[in-house]
Design a protein around this ligand. Sequence first.
Ligand code: NAD
Length: 371
Amino acid sequence: MLAENRLLDENTQTPVLGTMTEMDHEEVLFCHDKATGLKAIIAVHNTILGPALGGTRMWTYASESDAITDVLRLSRGMTYKAAAAGLNLGGGKAVIIGDARTQKTEAKMRRFGQFVNDLGGKYYTAEDVGMTSRDMELIGMHTKYVTGLPEYLGGSGNPSPVTAFGVYVGMKASAKFAFGTDNLQGKKVAVQGCGSVGQALINYLVKEGAQVFVNDIFEDKIAETTAKYGVQAITTEDLFNGSFDVYAPCALGATVNDETLNTMNVSVIAGAANNQLADELKHSARIKEKGIVYAPDFVINAGGLINVYAEYLGNYNQKSAMEKTENIYSVILEVLNNASENNITSLEAAKNLAENRIQQMAALKLPYSGC
Ligand code: NAD
């Protein structure tokens, strides 16, 4: 299905982004297969910079409408993420409706691979919530448009260590802006979410001598993290009522909202979670009002995408993906300086950075056509 109200530039006939405030997707594919029970949606938001690359999420959506909203929002976020990170990629994402623990079958994965293949390289998939590198291997039986393959197949494997490194350097850049030094020694950092990215980030922070406070919904995760890194556990109430230098959201989205912003006493927000602000416009403005330095999520958490991009380019090695990820430090500083100079929110500055690049390229080339 082609998005109906996609605007085309008069001269180049390429999609116009404007401020990308609308869900102006290039293509949305509904994948229904009775034989395997597969129900999936692939959303290609924008391919001006290159093929749309974004993970597939398997989730128990309450309704198809929720799944559509999620895939449209997430794919748009991938366009921003790739553009701001300087990658030659567009934005896309896929969702499979179902419980990854009980409803995932080999047949569904393989059938999904055929649907990805049908898009002819306009969309490359990867792992997201509920999916593993083994699933990518099954999908890869039917398409070459897949990344995040296991390392034994020459893939990049788990992206979390690279994402965590990007968040760490992005946090240092935010600290430089907020405190005049990027040294995190002695800084009080509250990390929500002790998962793959959270723990790898905590490791960097502890090594640098930060005072780290951790929070998770699962007791075993807290016990594992406090024992491994010697950090202190805090309750969710303490997290949003206490006083910290940095809040690092590394669990789920929307933790920066009306309620938490009322009580939160932090100088910096810098973490891995996607869609950290419950309401982008309202909460980025409130953050600015409160004088909090916010590292926009799609800029600071781009390490995972940079990692699969390295795999997509071929001859993957983690060292070069890490080197490219280190650039997040400069991009975050550029965004924060730009926001301050122009008296706009850091989110707006980050979107401008991404959109300017896309607009410039839109004037030069047609949407990616697989060449
Ligand atoms: P994960 O599932 O390994 O870890 C998430 C952790 O958050 C889990 O331990 C979970 O128990 C905890 N959690 C969930 N809800 C919580 C809550 N309300 N309060 C406290 N803790 C809670 O996930 P991950 O791979 O570490 O990713 C973390 C975040 O970063 C996610 O939002 C993800 O979308 C985002 N992200 C991850 C990557 C990556 O490379 N893994 C890349 C970009 C963005």
